[in-house]
Design a binder for this molecule. Structure first.
Ligand code: SF4
Length: 95
């Protein structure tokens, strides 16, 4: 099977977009971590930070979208945490 240069370029622009849409859908579908989860308890995770200037949204380990209420955290694989939350593993976001 032969492809024209135009067909190859068109295909190359579609594949990364499909990958991005797919990974975005997975991230938003992660179940929220239970505050009774043993790791959450051990790290003092709370859904609403009481520590000035520190919350999940500005933590280095948080990878949620800017405006999202929930997002993934490296400490809780396969789960999401509240952007407004906090735990003892908080690390200032670089940059
Ligand atoms: Fe939030 Fe703690 Fe995860 Fe940082 S490490 S995003 S503070 S739960």
């Amino acid at each position: 099977m032969k492809f024209s240069r135009r067909q190859l370029l068109a295909g190359a622009s579609v594949i990364p977009l499909q990958s991005w849409i797919g990974s975005s859908a997975v991230a938003s579908d992660l179940p929220e971590v239970d505050i009774a989860d043993p790791t959450a308890v051990a790290l003092g995770y709370v859904v609403e930070s009481a520590t000035d200037g520190q919350n999940c949204a500005n933590c280095q380990l948080y990878t949620g979208e800017d405006d999202a209420e929930l997002g993934p955290c490296a400490i809780f694989p396969g789960k999401s945490v509240r952007a407004a939350g906090w735990c003892k593993s908080w690390v200032v976001k670089a940059g």
